[in-house]
Write a protein that binds this ligand. Structure first.
Ligand code: NI
Ligand code: MN
Length: 226
């Protein structure tokens, strides 16, 4: 499985020839100006919640690629009403089988509203079980005891977690989450995009190492083989 980081909480996973794009927010992210948004491949676009910094570019990328948008019921309705034909509704606790593997939607402790203030449904995290490996992307969330349930569904190779604090978990809670998830390898995101979530990345990676964990912080535009 190949992970490519597009800045903030936007990344793609490539598995079995399929491209899964998560939480597209690129064109308004000054740190991601090197990314050519119109060159990103996507067979599926997965959206964790309706906040602008997780879906601002979903419409543009879905229009160009014809990707299937996968999200909660309210985001499904939003894109269906706009005329998108390929939208797949899920919700917290549900799982479904796709050509890339099994996808389960799990609890995220956060809020979710569209840019116009309308209700955006429950925020969700995603667990992906594929032939390559199993991955958890928490979306925006607090540390929550619900995370302890995830290893009983999937033995994780990587957890993709926010570390920027203030509006999501910070580095200390992401470390606690890794222990709850029985997953020693974490990829951090949702940091440094704005001044209020700026962190000292060396401090974060050192904290993880001291606790027997690994924190990966790939550069925007770079890829990792998971
Ligand atoms: Ni959010
Ligand atoms: Mn966010």
């Amino acid at each position: 499985m190949r992970y490519t980081y597009y800045g903030h909480s936007c990344f793609s996973l490539e598995t079995g020839g399929k491209h899964l794009l998560f939480d597209p927010y690129i064109s308004d992210n000054g740190l991601a100006s090197s990314i050519d948004i119109d060159a990103i491949e996507a067979d599926n676009i997965l959206i964790s919640h309706a906040h602008f910094d997780h879906m601002a570019d979903a419409e543009r990328i879905a229009t160009r690629t014809g990707a299937t948008i996968i999200s909660n019921w309210e985001i499904y309705e939003y894109f269906s009403k706009k005329g998108f034909a390929s939208v797949f509704p899920m919700n917290t606790g549900g799982k479904a089988e796709f050509d890339f593997g099994i996808l389960k939607c799990v609890v995220a402790q956060h809020s979710s509203s569209f840019a116009d203030g309308k209700y955006g449904g429950n925020p969700i995290g995603f667990v992906i079980k594929s032939d390559d490996c199993n991955i958890y992307y928490s979306g925006d969330t607090a540390l929550t005891l619900d995370m302890q349930l995830i290893p009983s569904f999937a033995v994780l190779k990587y957890a993709i977690l926010p570390i920027g604090d203030v509006i999501t978990m910070g580095m200390e809670d992401a470390m606690r989450a890794a222990h709850m998830l029985s997953c020693h390898k974490v990829i951090g995101l949702h940091y440094n995009t704005w001044p209020n979530i700026r962190i000292e990345t060396e401090k974060a990676t050192a904290l993880f190492v001291r606790n027997g964990l690994e924190l990966l912080l790939p550069e925007i535009g770079s890829s990792l083989d998971l």
